[in-house]
Write a protein that binds this ligand. Structure first.
Ligand SMILES: Nc1ncnc2c1ncn2[C@@H]1O[C@H](COP(=O)(O)OP(=O)(O)O)[C@@H](O)[C@H]1O
Ligand SMILES: [Mg+2]
Length: 266
């Protein structure tokens, strides 16, 4: 018992140290957050004006009388500038959405993910009636979360499934409950191009893509948004895939209810 005060002192000193390090980390976080804020503001405003000028003047050059003064190579160059400008605008738009995501709060509503997924998939099929796709959505997957954000996440996951199966004769896409290494989750699975599982974690970072622009178009922000949506809900997302043999994306949200129900195939 006589050594207790000394132990106590050491303990108190350690607690004070830890407190200081928490304070330091919080200050650092605050600084990063305000830097991000400034970055977001620049994205939304300052960087857009010059891009609009590029787009506008390209458009003028692509019309008579200027377009006639260019030879085919010149026209090709001009079109490339125009496309690159549009791409940059899209990238900024997506980044801005990512930076803002969840900042205005996350609501807690009952969200029927099955219905949402069905709607999104039907929308894709309606937009490309020529594509042959088999889609299956397990019904009754109801979660508590922010409907708008969860829609955004599903649109991105299913959008990828739809895109990376576009070279298959028949796309096969399913959404349902699943477990992965013991973790209960919701799985979005496709029979598309897949990727090497060793890179699965990288894909959730902004601008990380495993497919070239010429193979499959894209910006590379979609999965970063999905990860953000899951994180602001206290959930997570991960992926499994094989190169050339389809991909599965799993996500888990803290509250999942509703009993197992038969799937609605289409
Ligand atoms: N369902 C999928 N099948 C195969 N690869 C995928 C799939 N989903 C995502 N990926 C890989 O992850 C990358 C990042 O995805 P994402 O952030 O949505 O960007 P984008 O769709 O704009 O390429 C993709 O470029 C692709 O390489
Ligand atoms: Mg995508």
């Amino acid at each position: 018992m006589t050594s207790a005060p000394k132990d106590e002192q050491t303990l108190l000193a350690r607690i004070a140290e830890l407190e200081q390090s928490v304070i330091d980390s919080a200050a650092q976080l605050k600084e990063t957050a305000s830097e991000l804020e400034a970055f977001g503001a620049a994205l939304s405003h300052d960087l857009r004006a010059p891009l609009r000028a590029i787009d506008g003047f390209c458009q003028l050059l692509l019309e008579p009388p200027y377009i006639e003064q260019l030879d085919p190579t010149g026209r090709d160059y001009l079109q490339r500038i125009h496309r690159a400008g549009k791409k940059l605008a899209q990238m900024m738009e997506d980044l801005l959405q990512l930076v803002r995501l969840g900042r205005s709060g996350v609501s807690a509503e009952r969200v029927d993910l099955s219905r949402l997924a069905r709607e999104i998939l039907d929308g894709f099929q309606a937009a490309e009636p020529g594509r042959r796709a088999q889609t299956a959505v397990e019904s009754g997957i109801v979660v508590v979360g922010d409907a708008r954000l969860l829609r955004l996440a599903l649109e991105n996951l299913l959008g990828n499934a739809w895109k990376f199966t576009s070279k298959k004769d028949v796309a096969d896409i399913s959404v349902g409950r699943a477990t992965d290494e013991g973790a209960a989750a919701i799985r979005v699975r496709d029979n598309g191009d897949g990727f090497d599982s060793q890179y699965a974690d990288r894909l959730f970072r902004p601008f990380q893509r495993l497919h070239s622009e010429s193979e499959f178009e894209g910006v590379g922000i979609g999965l970063a948004k999905v990860r953000r949506v899951m994180r602001v809900h206290g959930g997570r997302v991960w992926a499994r895939a094989l190169r050339g043999a389809g991909a599965s994306f799993y996500f888990s949200l803290p509250v999942i209810d509703a009993p197992q129900a038969p799937s609605t195939d289409r």
